[in-house]
Design a protein around this ligand. Structure first.
Ligand code: MN
Ligand code: MN
Length: 471
C-alpha cells in the first residue's frame, strides 16, 4: 500500500500513442485560441463547433426534451451549451462545466481618438489585472464592434493577418529613463499613458480650427500648421468601416496582442499564446461536451466578465444560469431546487504554475507544476481564503474517484504563498446556487501577460478530466 502522496508528471508513463494524442490535441487548441481572442469571438467559435456537432439555438422558454443538444447565446458574449440527458434529473442534477472567455486587455475609451505632436492616438482603459509595462512596445491588434445609431453593427478586426498593420504603445528609451527606472513597477507606468499610436500622416484639407483661433494660436505660439493627423485617420475609418468619431460612443473595441500562438521549446512541450486564461479551459470544456457519450444532463458555460468580477448580464453573477436550470427542470417536470442541490460543477479556470525564477511567490508543496496535469484548487481567495467558496472534502473525494477511473493525471494547486496576494474565480457564484463546485484548470506560467505559457500535457489532462466528469 502506498502511504505517501506525490504528484505525477504526465510524461512519466506516457507511451508513443499518448504523446501523439497530447500533441494532436494541442493543434486543435492553437487554431481555436487564435480564432477566439475576445469573448465575442470565443462565443462565435463555440457556436461554430456546437453547430457542427448538431447543436441548435435555444430560445428562452422553449420546452427541452431529453436528447436535445442546445445552445443559448447570451448577447454574443457568453454561451450556454447543454445536452439534455436520460438520467433522472432529480437524482443526478446537471453536470456543469464553466470557464470564462474574457481575457485581460486594453479597451478603447468612448471618446478615444486624439492627436498630440502630430501623432494620432487611441485612449484606452485596461480591463482586468495587467502589468502595464508588458503592453508597451509589442504588436497590438484591434478586435471589436462599433454599434451605430441605425442598429447596424460593424465588426473591426485588424492586426492579426499577414500584411495587416499593427498598433503600438511606446516606452521611453533607457538613455532617458533615469527618473522612471527607480520607481516601483506599480507606479512607473501610469494607466493614462497606455495610448495607442494609430497614425501619423496629416490631412491637409482643413484643421477644424477657425481662422480666428488660428490667428490667436499663431500669435501666441508661433506658426500653427494647418493640418490634422486625427482627421486623416478619421477619414480612413470612414472609408474602411463607415464610422465617424461619434460612433465610438457605442463601440466596444478591444486591444489585444497581435501574436499568434506558437510552440515553445526544442521539445515543443509548451504553447505560448494570448488569452490562455481562460480559453485553455473553454476549449477542453467544449470538446469534452462534444465527444463524450453520457446519460447525464450536461451544461457547458462560456462566461464573460470574469476578469472584472463576473458582474453584469453576461457575467456569472447574472441570474440567467438559474433561469436555464429552472427551464430544464420544468421541462422534465422536476423541482428546480432539487436539480440545483444534486448538480455538480467544475469551475474550469487556470491557476498559477510554479515558476522557479520567482520561487518565493509560491509554497512548493501545494502549488501546481507545469506538466503535472490539470490542477484542482480547493479554495482561491486571499488573506485567509477570503472570497472563496472553499469546496468540501466530500466533493473532492468524489472527484478523486472519478478521475482515478479514467487515469486522469491531476494535482492540487494553490494560487501562491499565503498572504502574498490571491485571486478568485466564478466558482463561488455556482456554489452560491447550492451546487457543489470546485476549481479545476490548467496551470499557467506568466498568467495575465500578453503572451502566456501552458503545457500541452496539462491541456490534454484537462480535456480528460472534463470528459470523465460529465460521463
Ligand atoms: Mn481565469
Ligand atoms: Mn484571469
Amino acid at each position: 500500500m502506498k502511504l505517501t502522496y506525490s504528484r505525477k508528471n504526465v510524461y512519466a508513463d506516457a507511451d508513443e500513442a499518448k504523446l501523439k494524442k497530447i500533441f494532436d490535441y494541442a493543434e486543435g487548441y492553437k487554431a481555436y485560441l487564435d480564432d477566439a481572442k475576445t469573448e465575442r469571438e470565443a462565443v462565435k467559435a463555440g457556436i461554430a463547433i456546437a453547430e457542427k456537432n448538431g447543436y441548435k439555438e435555444y430560445t428562452l422558454g422553449d420546452k427541452i426534451n431529453s436528447g436535445d443538444k442546445l445552445y443559448y447565446n447570451n448577447r454574443g458574449k457568453s454561451l450556454f451549451l447543454f445536452k439534455a440527458g436520460t438520467a433522472p434529473l432529480d437524482k443526478n442534477g446537471i453536470r456543469i462545466l464553466v470557464a470564462h472567455v474574457d481575457s485581460p486587455r486594453l479597451d478603447l475609451k468612448q471618446v478615444p481618438v486624439y492627436e498630440s505632436a502630430y501623432l494620432a492616438y487611441f485612449k484606452t482603459h485596461y480591463y482586468g489585472g495587467i502589468k502595464k509595462y508588458q503592453w508597451l512596445t509589442i504588436p497590438l491588434a484591434l478586435h471589436g464592434v462599433v454599434s451605430k445609431k441605425d442598429g447596424t453593427v460593424v465588426t473591426v478586426k485588424i492586426g492579426d493577418e499577414e500584411g495587416d498593420p499593427v498598433f503600438y504603445i511606446t516606452d521611453l528609451l533607457p538613455h532617458l529613463s533615469q527618473d522612471i527606472s527607480p520607481k516601483p513597477v506599480a507606479t512607473a507606468f501610469p494607466g493614462e499613458n497606455l495610448n495607442v499610436i494609430l497614425g501619423g500622416i496629416p490631412d491637409k484639407e482643413e484643421t477644424g480650427l477657425d481662422e480666428h483661433l488660428l490667428t490667436v494660436l499663431g500669435e501666441r505660439y508661433g506658426v500653427v500648421e494647418r493640418f490634422s493627423v486625427k482627421r486623416n485617420v478619421l477619414k480612413i475609418l470612414q472609408e474602411k468601416y463607415g464610422v465617424t468619431e461619434e460612433d465610438f460612443l457605442s463601440a466596444e473595441i478591444e486591444i489585444v496582442p497581435a501574436y499568434k500562438s506558437r510552440d515553445v521549446g526544442f521539445d515543443r512541450a509548451y504553447v505560448a499564446g494570448y488569452g490562455h486564461d481562460d480559453k485553455v479551459c473553454t476549449y477542453p470544456e467544449i470538446t469534452a461536451l462534444m465527444e463524450t457519450e453520457t446519460e447525464q444532463t450536461v451544461m457547458t458555460i462560456l462566461a464573460d466578465k470574469e476578469e472584472i468580477g463576473s458582474e453584469g448580464n453576461t457575467g456569472m453573477q447574472c441570474i440567467i444560469i438559474s433561469d436555464l436550470i429552472d427551464l430544464i427542470a420544468d421541462s422534465y417536470g422536476v423541482n428546480p431546487a432539487l436539480v440545483r442541490a444534486k448538480s455538480k460543477c467544475l469551475s474550469a479556470d487556470v491557476t498559477a504554475a510554479y515558476d522557479p525564477n520567482y520561487s518565493d511567490a509560491f509554497e512548493s508543496k501545494n502549488v501546481a507544476y507545469a506538466n503535472f496535469g490539470v490542477a484542482m484548487n480547493k479554495f482561491t481567495g486571499s488573506r485567509g481564503k477570503s472570497g472563496s467558496n472553499d469546496a468540501s472534502g466530500e466533493y473532492i473525494g468524489f472527484l478523486r474517484s472519478v478521475f482515478e477511473k479514467d487515469d486522469v493525471v491531476w494535482q492540487t494547486g494553490e494560487l501562491g504563498r499565503v498572504d502574498l496576494g490571491g485571486g478568485g474565480t466564478v466558482a463561488k457564484y455556482l456554489a452560491n446556487l447550492n451546487i457543489d463546485t470546485v476549481d479545476l484548470g490548467v496551470p499557467v506560467l506568466s498568467m495575465h501577460a500578453p503572451y502566456e505559457l501552458i503545457s500541452k500535457a496539462d491541456l490534454y489532462e484537462a480535456h480528460k478530466a472534463f470528459s470523465a466528469f460529465i460521463k
